[in-house]
Design a protein around this ligand. Sequence first.
Ligand code: OGA
Ligand code: MN
Length: 297
Amino acid sequence: MTLAIEPLHPLYAARLTGVDLRQPVEEAVIDDVRAAMARFAVCVISHDTPPTNEQHIAFSARLGPLERGASPKIKGTELRVPYPEIVDQSNLNDVGEIYADDDRRLAYKRANRLWHTDMSFYEVRATYSLLVGHRTPPSGADTEFTDMRAVWDALPASRKEGLEDLVVEHSYWYSRVQGGGPEPTNEERATRPPARHRLVHIHAPSRRKALYLASHASDIVGWPQDRARAVIKELMDFATQPRFVYAHKWRQGDVLIWDNLATMHRATPFDDRTFVRDMRRTTCRERAIQSGESRIV
Ligand code: OGA
Ligand code: MN
């Protein structure tokens, strides 16, 4: 079976047909998915019923080493989806009920509504994320994207000057608090210390330059904080102009794959006190993490 590709935006993003995560997938098709991802950075694969957790994990594992045990230790966390490879992105607690209004996890989840790329707060970055729509609300909750290679290309040459020398600090807790979440406890903070990455990098699969930024970006190494935050904000605003944005309208059974090294994304609001949104994510990383190397507890 060969893969068919239908572009969804003038700059990037495509729908793939000819691949089904619920069936065995040939290696040649995996190669085609990789090639499509190198070019389009965001790919949608629809199914009439969502893949199971096992099928989701098995397919993801063919695209790179998987993150395991990614959920931060936030007080009271019990797993509704008991697979270390899956991040539960739903608004449901461990017994499948919509979170109480004052639940810390709900407050932290809302930080996904800030533009970000997954796991930039780790030294070993995320490559692909694969998000499966198990249940979607009747309206709202699109996931929006921007292509950071197109953004780099569109920056005026005079604005690019000097940016390639900069190193940015990324902190998970910075974005949680920016997103309206409570101050983390010292214990929570210790589970995810910050990481540093170059502001401009080469996206290896496409050999294109890209900005690497996120809501997690809190500082520029060697710069005063106010100046760093002003530049980060200016570049984030530039990167998220409507001309760069693809908004995905979810249907149950959709699998959305995005390349975190080439894009940013954000969740958008919906009535999360009334409607269930059950989304589950796996994440590939640049390389496998050795046991003892991971700081996640
Ligand atoms: C994610 C994420 C956005 C959404 O799963 O990493 O940011 O719309 N999700 O759920
Ligand atoms: Mn995300």
